[in-house]
Design a protein around this ligand. Sequence first.
Ligand code: BES
Ligand code: ZN
Ligand code: ZN
Length: 495
Amino acid sequence: MEINVVCGSLTEQPSDIVIVNLFKGVKSPGGATGAVDKALNGAISSLIADEEFEGNLGETAFFRVNGGLPVKKVLIVGLGSADGFGIPQVMRAAASAARKCRDLKAKKVTSILHGAGIAGLPAFECAKAVAEGAILGDYAYTRLKTENSGSNPIEYFTIVESDNNKIADIERGIARGVVVGESITWARDIINEPSNFVDPPHLAKIAEEIASEFGFECRIRDRKAIEDEGMGLVAAVSRGSAIEPRFIELKYSAPGAKKTVAIVGKGVTFDAGGYSLKNADGMYGMKDDMSGAAAVLAAMRAVGKLKPNVNVLMLAPAVENLIGSNAIHPGDVFKSYQGKTVEVANTDAEGRLILADAVAYAAKQGVDEIIDLATLTGACVVALGRQVSGVFATSDELADSLIKAGRNNGENLWRMPLYEDYRESLKSDVADIKNVGSRDGGAITGALFIRDFVGDKAWAHIDLASATIDKDIDLAKKGATGMGTGTLIEYLMSY
Ligand code: BES
Ligand code: ZN
Ligand code: ZN
């Protein structure tokens, strides 16, 4: 989809569909929506009067146009109530409208800039949210469908703005929104892709491509290099699979940067659970267990384009967690990269094992902050559902910044406690620590396990409960959301 802005009147731009909007409770539309209504002799007002459209956030209604406007259809999208309206709502409205345009097979779309009119939000933020939302709403994973793919993506999306003074900000906003939106859908693509395509060597190849496109330092460790490096936990988890693990490392150096942030993503390309085997229902869908790795790779793609003022060390330990004659057994003990011995009480708690080695490696590189992202626990999904992810942190400032960074990119984060007393349950009879603690509060004990390996660095752990969703929402169709990508990009750009 190509997104641009033109200065002019929404009633004069030719297109397949023109998108206008309406707050809940408004009976006679104003602004550009009002102008469209007027050109159509009150067609929108009649729709409202007949109670066919309420203006709930993301609600859509459309009708055909026969004269009065140079368009085939008008699509109205609801903005919800004016109370509490902000950038997240702009993004949702834009996404919902784009989804509907795609369903209606519109190729050329013109749109009002939601939020910048009556609501008075900054044009840059609104344009970013509209561009990002349009890209997210228009997204569908269709690569493997050879029939009836329903693939009718929008080709041209034009924001029409009458105030010439806003155009430069809108252009900047679109440029940023396109990078973030396309990075998120890029992440969705590799998460939605089945595990017979996306395995650890495939993730490594993707990282190499990003490195060569943007000139990043890149180091890929194979099974032997992982063992030689002393990453005993990554090596252990990978033993059940004939497909080799990869420890993926990318480095971006910003000229004059004062800080280095490590972003670490769980890259389990399939999680069968190992000998603590998942049941059939629990196993289905476990191709998404590399969502953390996808988010950090996608963020690096954006880093290459946006060049933030901070150094970034990206790490993604990539493995398959399977069974086999060489697979590890419950109760086995391995030495971690950091030095602690770890009893693998449950082979299905593999994410925290590979992350423990990765965060310890990051800490040893002397980074200032470590942010890890992982589909770590089913417990976090139970706690927060699939539209909110949990953030655990040793630094209030880092946690607050991540929550704020997520909000304007449609990514919801909720702070969770590193409740100290639960650390007790990770004590092992035979080793320094074991990889499962109490089942109650399972997301907390999972986070506490990783914390043991970060040393004294400022650290945040995002448990990606919202990595995939089981039904369509405004910002994403059923499947991968790309959660974490937008948060990371916005956070890194805040430096
Ligand atoms: N990848 C799973 C966590 C998961 C499951 C995320 C379902 C999203 C949906 C992880 O490796 C895992 O299996 N965790 C176990 C931990 C337990 C054995 C302590 C879990 O959550 O059951
Ligand atoms: Zn698991
Ligand atoms: Zn897992």
